[in-house]
Design a protein around this ligand. Structure first.
Ligand code: CP
Length: 346
């Protein structure tokens, strides 16, 4: 396991990490999962502190980082941006309410060994790429690693747990991985999970299908990168607008809602929630129920990053059924992130 390339590195998107590096993170994640299972101490980050800044709510991400740092012998310190001077980009500051990101990043970096940030949607007024830009700004000013806990473009922590789950259930070679849109009554859903899932699956050479209705397109740059990575890794990448076609013969079925393009501001979208709602509501049949699961391979697993919208994205029967890997996936957030932290924060 070659680990020197990780030290002090930001973890913002899997596009920045090679396939070999991803495999190294996974190897360590499995080793840390084993150590925890047998009660073997693994204090790889003793006395180290990770600052967690959440602009949005979270169950899995916050708790897996906090528990993970405890298990590594360090401490995760939660920061609610509304209780500090809200970190803001240069030019978007408000006197005595915000603090420039360059100042926040340099201050925290002098006190701890890592800064992790979640920001998407409302805090950046649904300006696509605005939240990723903020996290990049933290990384520019921090001399300790910055970890992306989900922005408007990427969720690399979720993607690493997704890979870990597929690897332990099925392996990567020849695995047909379908990331699909699914209906939700809520139109405010970031694209970070599906974009990072297809990046991860393409990078390790799976047979990747992206299924979604017209109007739910993902970032063309991400799609281009997936095509390139899939061909380099000996896998494949395709897009379909037919739900059933996307599910047919799949080994991994990963249906979840993401927002339609019009929700974003110009130049990406039209900032039009009504149009987005119209597009969503015309695809209520994109629900992962038993009949849809039966189109997939007999051994197929069902995945979801959670939280899921039960009764809309998926039926109880599927998510609580024998093919569901959703809770293994949630647990793997802990192990995968511990591996990332241990490698970049040493
Ligand atoms: N999947 C995920 O990131 O969950 P939370 O929003 O609960 O952190």
């Amino acid at each position: 396991m070659k680990t020197e390339t990780f030290r002090n590195r930001d973890y913002l998107t899997l596009l920045d990490y090679s396939r070999e590096e991803v495999e190294t993170i996974l190897d360590l994640a499995f080793e840390l999962k084993r150590k925890r299972a047998v009660g073997e101490k693994h204090h790889l980050l003793e006395d180290k502190t990770l600052f967690l800044i959440f602009y949005n709510q979270s169950l899995r991400t916050r708790n897996s980082f906090e528990a993970g740092m405890t298990q590594l012998g360090g401490h995760a310190h939660f920061l609610d941006p509304s209780k500090i001077y809200m970190p803001a980009m240069e030019g978007r500051e408000v006197a005595y309410s915000t603090e420039r990101i360059s100042d926040v990043a340099r201050t925290l970096a002098r006190m701890g060994e890592g800064i992790a940030i979640r920001c998407y949607g409302d805090p950046v007024d649904w300006e696509y790429g605005g939240a990723h830009g903020m996290i990049q700004e933290f990384a520019r000013w921090s001399h300790v690693p910055v970890i992306n806990m989900e922005c408007d473009k990427y969720h690399p922590c979720q993607a690493m747990a997704d890979l870990m789950t597929v690897k332990e259930k099925l392996g990567f070679q020849g695995t047909k991985f379908t990331m699909s849109w699914a209906y939700s009554p809520s139109v405010h859903k970031p694209r970070a999970v599906p974009q990072s899932a297809i990046i991860a699956a393409a990078k390790v050479g799976m047979e990747v299908t992206l299924a979604h209705p017209e109007g739910m397109d993902l970032d063309p740059e991400v799609l281009g990168a997936c095509e390139q990575m899939a061909s380099q890794a000996g896998g494949s990448f395709r897009v379909t607008h037919d739900f059933e076609d996307g599910l047919k013969g799949a080994h991994v079925v990963y249906p979840k809602a993401w927002c339609a393009t019009p929700i974003f501001k110009s130049p990406v979208g039209k900032s039009d929630p009504k149009e987005t709602q119209r597009i969503f509501d015309s695809h209520k049949d994109w629900i992962c129920d038993r009949a849809h699961m039966e189109l997939a391979d007999k051994q197929a697993i069902y995945m979801h990053c959670l939280p899921c919208d039960r009764g809309f994205e998926v039926t109880d029967e599927v998510i609580d059924g024998p093919q569901s890997a959703a809770f293994d996936e949630a647990e793997n957030r802990l192990h995968a992130q511990k591996a990332v932290m241990a490698l970049v924060m040493r």
